[in-house]
Structure formats: structure tokens, C-alpha cells
Design a protein around this ligand. Structure first.
Ligand code: C5P
Length: 220
């Protein structure tokens, strides 16, 4: 079976991670969560006392943390300087600061290089999920998917994931983060011209997975 590169982009709460992992597992491909890498660098900045409101400070420190991603879709891992960061990168504090850190061009250059080298090393192919994979990181991907869903559906899915969270607060935080990610100068969240758009508002997760698996199979 030929190696295949799949780019899955879209805003938060569209089912990107669940879909990407399931598609990679079903097809025997590697998996990369690029949001986890931006969260990891953000966590390092916070932990090391870097002012995340200061783009120059972020830019100067951007080369320091060593970030490594494990690409097994059934057990993806992320480490920062050798430490498991999979728990801390999901903290509310990281979620609220990640857009500011990921907007800094030096951060994007560094993380983009890392993503390209991981994709290149994946011999059987890979599913890479993020915001700018189809537009910037892997413009030659064999298949590009852009997942969307109504803000209500996205907020409901996210607040189902976060214990004790309230729907209105989740919805507002999510809209704010997507607006920041879509409006930044460097490599914003955007649909590539040649991406297939899948609106997941009225689809179940198994339906979305089946749709994407079918699209990948048509490509290889
Ligand atoms: O996907 P997730 O919600 O974990 O992504 C966290 C954040 O990382 C996004 O809100 C965005 O600021 C940043 N990100 C990015 N480019 C990507 C993936 C994520 O800027 N390719």
C-alpha cells in the first residue's frame, strides 16, 4: 500500500482529533497532533516565566524547549525536555494562552520544521491535524480535509470533554480562540483551496470517520 499524507484542519470542537486518530488507526497510518505541539511550547513558556503577552520574549525563547511527539494513533505522546507533557498541556491556562504564543512567527517556523520532518519520516503515511497543515505545513498533502461545525455544536462537544465546564463560558472562549487563530498574520486557520470541506454539525463521529476513510481510500 502506497504511503499517503492526509491534512486535517479546522477550528476547535469539530472532532478533528477524534477523527484523525481513528482514521490513522483504521488505515495503519501515523498520527500527529500539531495543536499539542503549540500547547507544549506554550506550557514551557508559562513554566519558565516568559511573559506570553510579549512577542519578543516568546520569539527569543522559542528555540529553547525540546519538543518530541510520538505518532502512534492509539497512544500519541508529547514530551518537553524529556518530560511527559500530555496532562499539563490541556490545562485551562495553556488553552487561554496558546493563541498568543502560536501567533509568533519564530514559534511557527520552528514548529513547522518539526512537523515537516515528522511527516517525512512516517514511512506508511500520516494523518496530521491542525489549523494550517493544508495551507502551509504540507501544501502537497495527498488529501486535505477541512472540518467545520456550528459554534453551538462545537461548544457542546468541548464542554462535554471538560469536567464542570459551563456551556456559555466554553462557547465564548472557543469563539475567541478561533477568531485569534483565524486573524493572525502568519499562517492563520484557513481552508486550503483544494481541501474537501466536511460540515460535522449533524454527523456522528463514526459518520465523519467513515467519510474521511472513504476519501483517503479513493486517493491510494
Ligand atoms: O487543536 P488544539 O485546540 O489543541 O490547538 C491549540 C492551539 O494551537 C490552537 O488554538 C492554535 O492557536 C494553535 N495551533 C496552530 N496551528 C496548528 C495547530 C494548532 O496555531 N496547526
Amino acid at each position: 500500500v502506497e504511503s499517503v499524507i492526509v491534512a486535517i484542519d479546522g477550528p476547535s470542537g469539530t472532532g478533528k482529533s477524534s477523527t484523525s486518530k481513528a482514521v490513522a488507526s483504521a488505515l495503519g497510518l501515523s498520527y500527529l497532533d500539531t495543536g499539542a505541539q503549540y500547547r507544549a511550547i506554550t506550557w514551557w513558556m508559562i513554566t519558565n516565566g516568559i511573559d506570553v503577552a510579549d512577542p519578543d520574549a516568546i520569539a527569543s525563547a522559542s528555540g529553547k524547549p525540546v519538543i518530541e511527539s510520538g505518532t502512534d494513533p492509539s497512544a500519541p505522546t508529547i514530551t518537553v525536555d524529556g518530560l511527559d507533557a500530555s496532562g499539563p498541556i490541556r490545562a485551562q491556562d495553556v488553552t487561554s494562552k496558546v493563541s498568543a504564543v502560536s501567533a509568533v512567527p519564530e514559534v511557527r517556523t520552528r514548529i513547522t520544521e518539526l512537523q515537516r520532518s515528522i511527516a517525512k519520516a512516517a514511512e506508511k503515511g500520516i494523518v496530521v491535524e491542525g489549523r494550517d497543515i493544508g495551507t502551509t505545513v504540507l501544501p502537497d498533502a495527498d488529501l486535505k480535509i477541512f472540518l467545520t461545525a456550528s459554534p453551538e455544536a462545537r461548544a457542546a462537544r468541548r464542554s462535554g470533554e471538560i469536567k464542570g465546564s459551563d456551556l456559555t463560558t466554553t462557547r465564548e472562549a472557543l469563539i475567541k480562540r478561533d477568531a485569534a487563530d483565524s486573524s493572525r498574520k502568519t499562517s492563520p486557520l484557513a481552508k486550503a483551496d483544494d481541501a474537501v470541506e466536511v460540515d460535522t454539525t449533524d454527523l456522528t463521529l463514526p459518520q465523519v470517520i467513515e467519510c474521511v476513510v472513504t476519501l483517503v481510500e479513493e486517493k491510494r
